[in-house]
Design a protein around this ligand. Structure first.
Ligand SMILES: [Fe+2]
Ligand SMILES: [Fe+2]
Length: 259
């Protein structure tokens, strides 16, 4: 089976890329399941019911998130009732929402999607390594086809988690840094890995935002308004081919498609 993962959808340009490109990519690559990180889909910060609906209706099956989860208060509705939406698993006990979901569709094995958040240069959540081990063990009682979106800043943390889960999950793709890395590979145990999938949105930017205010911020340390940029919209992420019987990855390729 083939799974398309779409990295951080940023604002309206990112949603437009999803709407226009996902139907074509689904056909072109015979994609069975589409997972997308949507933490920046509403105006570049957070996610709302409306942006979620837009993304689902474009052909995305499951949405993941990250540290921008809380930027729109409407996210509480999604966390309460949207089964196709996952937030990082390693928020403290009692946090609304779910850290993983099992997707079921005709003609496919059950597919688990797990979302985790790193802790290096990021808010201190529960330890994602311990959380991942326990959750993967639980998910493997139902399925061997497991996809992980690890939303983290540090490449070392992402590679370490990937290596720890090698042989236990089908694929791990990193998100959050919005810069696509070129290290796609299959580890010896059969787990596909890409440190960062990049982002889906305007690339004539600083990771999705207008360039000038960001430079000004770095030069002056004064607060600036960071508007979502407009130019050179790309859909980025990864395409993973998975053996349905064993859950092992057969291939992984980077995706970077111009709108
Ligand atoms: Fe992001
Ligand atoms: Fe993030």
């Amino acid at each position: 089976m083939k799974l398309l993962f779409i990295a951080d959808i940023v604002g309206q340009p990112g949603r437009r890329a999803v709407k226009e490109l996902v139907p074509r990519l689904r056909q072109q690559y015979r994609v069975d399941l589409v997972v997308a990180n949507a933490e920046n889909s509403a105006g570049g910060s957070g996610i709302t019911v409306k942006t979620a609906e837009e993304i689902f209706s474009a052909g995305v099956d499951i949405m993941t998130s990250g540290d921008h989860l809380w930027d729109q208060k409407e996210v509480m509705d999604l966390l309460a009732s949207e089964r196709r939406f996952v937030r990082p698993l390693n928020y403290p006990a009692g946090t609304p929402g779910q850290g993983s979901v099992i997707f079921e569709a005709e003609g496919l094995p059950p597919v688990a999607v797990l979302n985790l958040q790193g802790r290096t240069f990021m808010p201190a959540l529960e330890n994602p390594f311990h959380a991942a081990l326990a959750e993967v063990e639980r998910l493997r009682r139902t399925t061997r086809v497991i996809f992980v979106d690890f939303h983290a800043e540090a490449t070392s943390e992402k590679v370490a988690l990937g290596r720890m889960l090698d042989g236990q999950v089908s694929a791990i793709v990193g998100t959050h840094t919005h810069v696509q890395t070129a290290d796609e590979q299959i580890f010896p145990g059969g787990t596909a890995f890409l440190c960062d999938g990049g982002f889906t949105g305007p690339h004539e930017s600083v990771i999705g935002r207008e360039i000038e205010p960001i430079i000004r911020r770095f030069m002056t340390n004064m607060p600036q308004k960071f508007e979502v940029a407009k130019g050179r919209v790309l859909l980025q992420g990864a395409l993973v081919e998975i053996d349905e019987q064993t859950g092992r990855a057969k291939g992984i390729q980077r995706v970077s498609e111009a709108l």
